[in-house]
Design a protein around this ligand. Structure first.
Ligand SMILES: Cc1c2[nH]c(c1CCC(=O)O)Cc1[nH]c(c(CCC(=O)O)c1C)Cc1[nH]c(c(CCC(=O)O)c1C)Cc1[nH]c(c(C)c1CCC(=O)O)C2
Length: 358
């Protein structure tokens, strides 16, 4: 595969091993020379070199083709000089791998052929083992080797967010069938989430054992729940995922959107780093989690469309607020928007490095 010209060396010699990289050290709350930065959804539609590689290749096929996964994962590191790569995959890849009939529809997201609503549907959700995903092991290994000193972040979807796609059959703003199942048949809900926790945990383990230096659990849509429901129906399952990978020694980042009310519980569920969306200031996030956790976030992804002076002030503010936490990983408050000008993201990376340098 021909690679576009490198503008940033993905393996700077200043940082010897990805497990001692500034991203991992910031996640552990250790002193770092500058704030590490990466962007959720950095590997994707905002990059022309990504669109060129994906031409005519369906998303799920791309995710199961190790050479493509490696190249797409490394692209944003090369272009932006970010301090970490996020594995190119999707939260539904492990579901697809265990045999769930689903597709990722461009512009829509994951669509499940037959939504999960009854106990019999559990039969369509077998456990995930490393043998289910040899391509993922291979893709992680070769990506880690290509990245050199830059750490790779592995990820998985959390039980609630995965359950929402399975039960709704696709993206939902209301999560109405999911909540109906949760309340209508709590036992089935728990069995479904326990199965999803196994799949999610095993998928994280595969990535960490193949060389990922950190993992992120995405519970993107859990902010749809009030706190009492989170604690009763979701937290035990997310805890099972996070505590299930504690022995691997890689930092665990726990992220969701509109989770201001849930931050303390999401942190206490077994996270080392709490992901903060752009609706809550880092100052408030630190206060709400008792100053005990490293934080990740939280520039509003829409602000990269604002004039540079306004964006610059906002970036400086986020860096400044991040100093109140034991560790800070600069990120957006949610994923990169598709129309984002990638050159602005590169400037943000440079600015974060410059203003946070100690
Ligand atoms: C909820 C969720 C999904 N997938 C993911 C989440 C959690 C993060 C979040 O909260 O945004 C996670 C994800 N999806 C993708 C990544 C890759 C790595 C990265 O962050 O750069 C990651 C980490 C690639 C992708 N995942 C998807 C694409 C686009 C696929 C395409 O081009 O057809 C990519 C590059 C598809 C997808 N998959 C999903 C959605 C909502 C979409 C977008 C639908 C659309 O607007 O097209 C489910």
């Amino acid at each position: 595969m021909t690679l576009p010209a490198a503008s940033h060396d993905p393996s700077p010699t200043s940082s010897p091993s990805p497990s001692e990289s500034i991203l991992v050290r910031a996640a552990r709350g250790e002193q770092v020379p500058h704030t590490p930065v990466w962007f959720m959804r950095q590997a994707g539609r905002s990059l022309p070199e990504y669109r060129a590689l994906r031409e005519g290749v369906p998303m799920l096929q791309a995710c199961r083709t190790p050479d493509l996964v490696t190249e797409i994962t490394v692209q944003p590191v090369r272009r932006h000089g970010v301090d970490a790569a996020i594995f190119f995959s999707d939260i539904v890849v492990p579901l697809h791998a265990v045999g769930v009939d689903l597709d990722i529809v461009p512009g829509t997201g994951p669509v499940v052929a037959q939504p999960f609503r009854t106990r019999a549907d559990l039969d369509r959700l077998p456990e995930l083992t490393p043998e289910t995903v040899p391509d993922i092991t291979q893709a992680v290994r070769q990506t880690v080797s290509e990245l050199g000193a830059t750490p790779l972040i592995g990820f998985a979807g959390a039980p609630f967010t995965l359950a929402s796609y399975l039960v709704e059959g696709g993206p939902s703003k209301t999560h109405q069938h999911t909540k109906a199942l949760m309340y209508g048949d709590p036992e089935l809900w728990n069995d479904l989430c326990a199965r999803l926790a196994q799949i999610s945990g095993a998928f994280l383990r595969v990535q960490a054992e193949a060389g990922a230096s950190a993992v992120q659990l995405f519970d993107s849509w859990v902010g749809a729940l009030p706190r009492a429901d989170y604690l009763r129906f979701v937290e035990p399952h997310s805890r099972a995922v996070l505590e299930g990978v504690a022995d691997l020694g890689v930092p665990r980042i726990h992220f969701g959107v509109v989770t201001g009310e849930l931050l303390p519980d999401m942190a206490a569920a077994g996270a080392d780093v709490i992901g903060v969306d752009y609706r809550v200031s880092l100052t408030d996030a630190v206060a709400r989690t008792g100053g005990r956790y490293a934080v990740q976030g939280n520039l509003d992804p829409a602000l990269v469309f604002a004039p540079w002076e306004a964006l610059e002030a906002k970036v400086r503010d986020v860096v400044e607020q991040g100093r109140q936490a034991p560790g800070h990983i600069f990120n957006l408050g949610h994923g990169v928007l598709p129309d984002t000008d990638p050159t602005v993201l590169t400037r943000v990376v440079e600015l974060v490095h410059e203003v946070s340098a100690r």
